[in-house]
Write a protein that binds this ligand. Structure first.
Ligand code: KIV
Length: 308
């Protein structure tokens, strides 16, 4: 019988993700925004967690990701990091640079990435944009923080794109997206999210890059896939885009569970005996109200309110 402790699983680093691509091993990424979700998705065996600025929509209730601030991203990344700390240390953690934190200057970008790494505990940041952002990527990577790129439907540019619509459908746009992908790889991105582009284009981009691609609405040929946790859990009945598969109907389960709780409270059947505490030996001392003198506190009572 071996007395050796089981070896900790290998951490999914940026190098491990590249190895997985080379070995043809698909990997899974899912979003999480808090410690509980992080702990659960890590226990489910995902390879990477993204603290996406999609939290602006699914957590904060905005209709875009634009209002999310850097402080809020730091807060959520740190919560997710604490959740992952309860697992086996295998999961790769990435945080989104929010709108406005990296577009105005290279200095802003490096500072924002450094905050997400230092205060939020992420090991990499993700930013949206193509070849125009190559220099931003270079500077952040030079500062020591790995960068994941994101092209195709880039939600922070929703107004420029004219809505949440599939990108790269015509030859010129497809060609531009391929150029963007190559420029981001050359600038030092270690992985690239392809959002809502045709399957055929995603297959070509994936085959032409040595860094892994991660698809969302980009078909099956990417090296990894990412989904928003709330979407795959079916938490929002009103949101069912074509690229989402609902792997559960937790929205319905939550409604049923909370309705059952409310019904039991109203019927007086919850809390039951097994949820209640008893302390027959406790002696209670009444707390005097503001207009009563301290003498009222002298009238001690037992747990049933009988003066003793
Ligand atoms: O913000 C986010 O969750 C994302 C993923 C959907 C890729 O960017």
């Amino acid at each position: 019988m071996s007395t050796q402790a089981p070896r900790a699983p290998k951490h999914v680093s940026i190098h491990e993700l590249r190895r997985m691509k080379q070995a043809g091993e698909r990997f899974t990424v899912v979003t999480a925004y808090d410690a509980t979700a992080a702990r659960l998705v890590a226990a489910a065996g995902v390879d990477a967690v993204l603290v996406g600025d999609s939290l602006g929509m699914v957590v904060q209730g905005h209709d875009s990701t634009l209002p999310v601030t850097l402080d809020q991203m730091v807060y959520h990344c740190a919560a997710v990091r604490r959740g992952l700390a309860r697992g086996d240390g295998r999961v790769h953690l990435v945080g989104d640079l929010p709108f406005g934190s990296y577009q105005a200057s290279l200095e802003d970008a490096v500072r924002a990435a450094a905050r997400l790494a230092a205060e939020g505990g992420v090991e990499a940041v993700k930013l949206e944009g193509g070849a125009d952002y190559a220099e931003v990527v270079r500077r952040i990577v030079r500062a020591g923080v790995p960068v994941m790129g994101h092209i195709g439907l880039t939600p922070q540019s929703v107004h420029k794109l004219g809505g949440y619509v599939v990108q790269g459908k015509d030859a010129d746009r497809a060609q531009q997206l391929l150029r963007d992908a190559r420029a981001l790889e050359a600038a030092g991105c270690y992985a690239l999210v392809l959002e809502c582009i045709p399957t055929e284009l995603a297959r070509i981009v994936t085959s032409q890059l040595s860094i892994p691609t991660i698809g969302i609405g980009a078909g099956p040929h990417c090296d990894g896939q990412v989904l928003v946790l709330n979407d795959l859990l079916g938490l929002d009945d009103a949101f069912t885009p074509k690229f989402v598969k609902r792997f559960a109907e937790l929205g319905r389960s939550v409604r049923e569970a909370v309705a059952a709780y409310a019904a039991e409270v109203k019927a007086g059947s919850f809390p039951a005996e097994e949820h209640s505490f008893h302390a027959s030996s406790v002696r209670l001392v009444p707390v005097p109200s503001a207009d009563q003198g301290p003498s009222a506190a002298d009238d001690a009572q037992d747990a049933t309110g009988v003066p003793v």
